[in-house]
Write a protein that binds this ligand. Structure first.
Ligand code: ARG
Length: 462
């Protein structure tokens, strides 16, 4: 015996409803605020439509926006429900507006589809998340730069093929990850710019026979511009998530390698670095253990974020033009990929602030052969062709003398070498990113505050 559930969009068989809504009823909780923000812009624009009989009066707009802000406040207090009969946040908000405002609520869906609602929701959500992601990346960058500067003269054998290679420093090791994060910010920025376009007004992908103002909606929401083609506005869903996840997977690649280095260099066999005991976990059977679970999880989560990007790419790959419900499956990996990456950035910053270095172990790595290349280059300085110097050192490896590693690294003074690292420049580059992205955030918050007529994100009056 099968039973049906009445929904805003008709009766649906119960199991079909549960299957098609899937996890949206929970996942869409993350989209309540942005869905309300999108609706505030939409109703504002609709009220300005040049129609014979206006859709919304000024008072209607005020009432809708107040009701939307009330929903947002309610959601923050855990008092907004998305039911299975709603299917998703979009219809839950429409139901609530209709319960509170009657006919005014019933008009809110004029000239739009849930498809462009979810598309705009995800873009607003992504914008906020990317702003936070870059802030967190900068904070980790600063922690690494501090660590590098504090240990700029701390010798550390530079390795290739994991074998001892040349004299280097802890400062160089850590600063390399600052550069990597700054590179990753470039990718996050490209993803941000791509995301910063309004899909609203696409409706079911093909536009509507009403003179809607897509530019106005884009402006009200603080987007750089509307996506031009209404069909692309819909088709770009999923692709946008795929681009963002691919930028995030590069961040995770950086974090995974940093985690891997820390794990190797904190093994007792190396003992270069010590991880704070309280940041490690114990074993249920081996009393002595201090395990770097945090670092292993960061490494594991890098695989997860990459896989989420591939999942989304694969969902989009065979998706024909126009909306297809497959796209709903991209929501979970997307939201999770963002929160996973951000959690890893935050925990790695905590970790970097706690890592200590063991000077004795670091110095012990400096066997005389580590200075072989330096010795050859010394002879080059005295006029010997490099290949001759190379062979001479190779023949006399056993005679190489121990050198003070600090003196050795002090001689590498050129740009970006252990004694040529420009910590001021790192600081300036990190500051520039922080200033730029915090200005973007302030501008966005102000724009949304104007739209909602309350301060945002506080949602306080006045
Ligand atoms: N939950 C849906 C999604 O994420 C919302 C859009 C539903 N649109 C539709 N035509 N059934 O894709």
């Amino acid at each position: 015996m099968t039973s049906n559930q009445q929904t805003t969009v008709g009766a649906i068989q119960n199991e079909v409803l549960a299957f098609t809504a899937g996890r949206d009823v929970e996942l869409d909780r993350a989209l309540i605020e942005v869905d309300c923000i999108g609706s505030a812009a939409h109703v504002t624009m609709l009220s300005q439509l040049a129609l014979k009989s206006p859709l919304f009066s000024e008072d209607d707009v005020t009432a809708v926006i107040e009701a939307l802000v009330a929903i947002m406040r309610g959601a923050r207090a855990g008092r907004f429900e998305i039911t299975l009969a709603d299917q998703d946040v979009h219809l839950a908000v429409e139901r609530t507006l209709t319960e509170r405002l009657g006919d005014i609520g019933k008009k809110i869906h004029t000239a739009r589809s849930r498809n462009d609602q979810v598309a705009v929701d995800l873009r607003l959500f992504a914008k906020q998340e990317l702003l936070e992601t870059v802030t967190e990346a900068v904070q980790l960058g600063r922690a690494l730069a501090r660590f590098a500067a504090a240990h700029r003269e701390m010798p550390m054998v530079g390795r290739t093929h994991m074998q001892p290679g040349m004299p280097s420093s802890v400062g160089l090791w850590a600063s390399a990850y600052v550069d990597a994060l700054l590179d990753d910010v470039v990718l996050l920025d490209a993803a941000y710019v791509l995301n910063d376009q309004s899909p609203l007004g696409s409706a079911a992908s093909y536009g509507v026979p009403l003179p809607i103002d897509r530019q106005l909606v884009a402006d009200l929401l603080g987007f750089a511009r509307p996506i031009h083609s209404v069909l692309h506005a819909n088709n770009a869903r999923g692709k946008m998530e795929s681009v963002i996840l691919s930028a995030l997977s590069q961040v995770m690649l950086t974090l995974s390698r940093l985690a891997q280095d820390l794990m190797i260099f904190s093994m007792p066999e190396f003992n270069y670095f010590q991880l704070p005991a309280e940041y490690c976990t114990g074993s249920s059977i081996m009393p002595q253990k201090r395990n770097p679970d945090v670092l292993e999880l960061v490494r594991g989560k890098a695989s997860r974020v990459l896989a989420q990007g591939i999942a989304v790419y694969d969902i989009v790959k065979a998706s024909p033009s126009g909306y297809n419900r497959d796209l709903q499956e991209a929501k979970e990996p997307f939201i999770d990929g963002l929160s996973t990456t951000r959690a890893c950035l935050r925990i790695m910053r905590l970790f970097m602030d706690g890592v200590t270095v063991n000077q004795a172990a670091l110095r012990q790595g400096f066997t005389p052969d580590v200075f072989a290349t330096d010795r050859a280059l010394e002879w080059v300085g005295e006029g010997m062709p490099f290949r001759d110097a190379y062979h001479r050192v190779k023949e006399q490896l056993a005679d190489l003398e121990q050198v003070d590693p600090v003196e050795a690294i002090q001689k590498k003074t050129h740009l970006g070498a252990p004694a040529g690292l420009d910590f001021q420049a790192y600081g300036q580059r990190l500051d520039a990113v922080a200033t730029d992205w915090s200005a973007r955030e302030t501008a966005y918050h102000e724009r949304i505050g104007q739209l909602l007529r309350v301060s945002y994100p506080a949602l306080s009056a006045g």
